[in-house]
Structure formats: structure tokens, C-alpha cells
Design a protein around this ligand. Structure first.
Ligand code: FES
Length: 292
């Protein structure tokens, strides 16, 4: 079966460098407006363990779709007006979560995302007009503008699907690690080769690992591929955050606990696979619970 023709257009969109100034301006504005780290973490979805934006958009999309169904039925004017208003009220926070995610994406993803968000802004404009028409005694025009808004927001949602499933925005980029490593203990490196206090990248088969020999001669090992967008954690920096020894990703500054792999700060929302370690006859061995 041939690929749906418009996908070729989106592939070209990913490489449209002309969108970069607009994407850059939006990114800078978001970073200026949403500064507190705790707020960014909440909007990314760190407490949820996955991105918040796809969850939040269900409310305006559901409200506007329901309003379109009610518009086709007699005597439902008040209910559909209330649903259009609900969609508008909840679109703002949903968009804010999306914009915070947007501010920490690769360029190709930002180019698609900026068109995704532009489509949704047009839809919000159409629904605002729809609401005003309904409230000022022109329900026919309100319904027409609502249908137009729904069409545009669906097109925006299609681009959102491309971002999530083709460009893997919001996905866990370390999910494959337990499937690529056999169960049990594996020899990794001679203990004496590891430099105290220095994060190193070592390969277990084809899987890159971050290895740290601490001042207390403990060996801490995480998957090296950042769960956010595959950044090399071993090239990041060590930092103590709220008493937790962390590694900070060099690409978008997600922070993970070196002891547990848990996310301390986003944009990542999925933890890093954390390996058990032991030293046998001078050789560091690692085991990933749940691997194989
Ligand atoms: S790749 Fe984005 S924070 Fe690591």
C-alpha cells in the first residue's frame, strides 16, 4: 500500500529551514515566560511519568467534537455553547504544556510542531468566533464556525500524531534497553580501569552504558541513552540536586538520579534503566532487573 500522499508534505516540512526563525522566536518566548523549574516539570508531565500535553488535549478535543454532534440535534443550543466554551477554557493550559515540550525538541520536530500549534491557534480563533455568534443570537453562524474549527483542529491533531509517532516526541527513548540485554550478570570492565569520579561510556554488547566509580568505590551504572531524545548522558555533567547525586543531560538538561535512574528534572519523563553492579575477581559485572 502506498503512503498517504500528504505525508510527503510533512517530510518536507521537517526539513523546511525557513521555519526556524519562527520556531526560535516561539522557543525563546516560552523560555522567558515559563521559567520556574517546578512549573516546567509539572507541564512536561514529570510527576505523571509521561507527557502531560497529550492527556490535556483530550478535554478541548472531546468538548468540541461533542459540540459538533449536539449541533446536529434539535434543542441542544445551550449545551453545545457550553461545550464550545469549555474547549476554549481548557485549550490554554493544554497549549502551555505543549509549548513547554516544544521548547526542548530537535529542530526537525520544532518545524512540524510550530505548524501544529499554528493550526490549533487558528482553531481557537474560529471557536472564539463560534462562541460569540452563539451568544449574540446567530447560532447558524456559530455552528458553521465550529465545524470549520473542528476541521482545522483535526488537521493540527494529525500533525501532533506525526510528532508523536513518526518523530517520537514524548516517547521513552531508553525503552529498548531491557530488550537488548540478556538476563543475568555480564562482565563490563576491569574495576582498576575506571577513574574515580569520572563518568565513562562503556558498551555492553551494542548498548551504551554510563559508568561512574564514586569516591567511595561504588560503581553506579545507567543506560547512557537519555530517555528524552537519546542524548549521551556520559557527556553530561554531575550535579547534586536536592541532596541527590545526578547526571544532567548535555542536550536539554534533564536530570536523573545516578543511584536510582529516576527523573529529578524534565524534560524527560521516563526514568533511565538502572543496573545492579558487583565486582568479581577485579571485574565489574552488571545486571539489569527485568532484562532479557
Ligand atoms: S536528550 Fe533531551 S534531555 Fe537528554
Amino acid at each position: 500500500m502506498k503512503t498517504f500522499a500528504p505525508l510527503g508534505f510533512i517530510d518536507r516540512l521537517e526539513n523546511a529551514g525557513g521555519l526556524d526563525p519562527l520556531a526560535g522566536a516561539v522557543r525563546d518566548a516560552v523560555n522567558k515566560i515559563v521559567k520556574p523549574q517546578w512549573l516546567r516539570d509539572v507541564l512536561h508531565g514529570v510527576p505523571l511519568g509521561h507527557p502531560l500535553h497529550p492527556l490535556m488535549v483530550q478535554v478541548p478535543l472531546g468538548a468540541w467534537t461533542s459540540a459538533a454532534v449536539l449541533d446536529a440535534l434539535p434543542g441542544t443550543g445551550k449545551a453545545s455553547t457550553a461545550l464550545v466554551a469549555l474547549g476554549l477554557v481548557t485549550a490554554g493550559p493544554s497549549a502551555l504544556a505543549g509549548y513547554v515540550d516544544f521548547s526542548e525538541l530537535h529542530e526537525q520536530q520544532q518545524r512540524v510542531a510550530v505548524i501544529h500549534s499554528s493550526a490549533n491557534l487558528v482553531a481557537v480563533g474560529l471557536y472564539t468566533g463560534s462562541l460569540l455568534q452563539r451568544l449574540t443570537g446567530s447560532p447558524g453562524r456559530g455552528k458553521a464556525l465550529g465545524l470549520l474549527g473542528l476541521t482545522v483542529v483535526m488537521a493540527g491533531g494529525w500533525l501532533g500524531g506525526h510528532l508523536a509517532f513518526r518523530q517520537a516526541v514524548g516517547a521513552n527513548h531508553a525503552e529498548d534497553v531491557p530488550h537488548r540485554i540478556p538476563a543475568g550478570w555480564h562482565s563490563l570492565a576491569p574495576f582498576s580501569e575506571l577513574t574515580t569520579g569520572k563518568m565513562e561510556r562503556r558498551l555492553l554488547g551494542t548498548v551504551p552504558l554510563l559508568v561512574l566509580r564514586t569516591q567511595a568505590n561504588e560503581i553506579l551504572v545507567l543506560a547512557d541513552t537519555c530517555s528524552h531524545l537519546s542524548g549521551p548522558l556520559s557527556e553530561g555533567k554531575q550535579q547534586t540536586i536536592s541532596g541527590e547525586q545526578c547526571v544532567v543531560c548535555p542536550w536539554h538538561e534533564s536530570a536523573f538520579s545516578l543511584r536510582s535512574g529516576e527523573v529529578v528534572h524534565g524534560p524527560a519523563t521516563s526514568p533511565q534503566p538502572k543496573f545492579l553492579t558487583r565486582v568479581v575477581d577485579g571485574q565489574v559485572e552488571v545486571c539489569l532487573p527485568g532484562a532479557g
